[in-house]
Design a protein around this ligand. Sequence first.
Ligand SMILES: [Zn+2]
Length: 187
Amino acid sequence: MQAQTHRTAPFSASPPSSARPPPRLTSPRPAAHYFPMRCPNCTQSNDKVVDSRIIRNGAAIRRRRVCAQCGHRFTTYEEVAKPVIGVLKRDGRREDFDRAKLRAAIAHAAVKRPISEPQLDVIVDDIIRELETEYHREVPTTVIGRKVLDKLEKIDEVAYLRFISVYRRFRNASQFLSEIENLITRQ
Ligand SMILES: [Zn+2]
């Protein structure tokens, strides 16, 4: 069974990209069932969809909304809900897999690096697809971390090093430097 989830995100100010914009839906307002979302600024549910686009190759729809009450602009995403995967943490605790949390961790490593918002989504979607294929109920966080590193290594070395410093919990500079050496010698 397929269900849809909605989540709100801040109106993103992504840098201008030379890539073609995602295809725009014929009408920004969903024709059959229109549900306003609660404005994150004034909490009123009285918005207007000003733009709807298909993103991530049809895996999601992004809607830009403007609040009729206070004029605040915000973005919502609609995507097929995935079956819940459990995450096994290093300390033995379990929690539900959280896409937003994974994306935030990667975005944190990618701050001020030339990795675009759509690129972040592609990385996250690729990892989730792999996890869903390889694991059915539970996946160790170490596996997820390793997958992030595999992706970042090919895209941006600084983001890779930032992520690995968290992932491997470096205790001192020499561990960090030896990882840089590994990175250099691999090239
Ligand atoms: Zn508002």
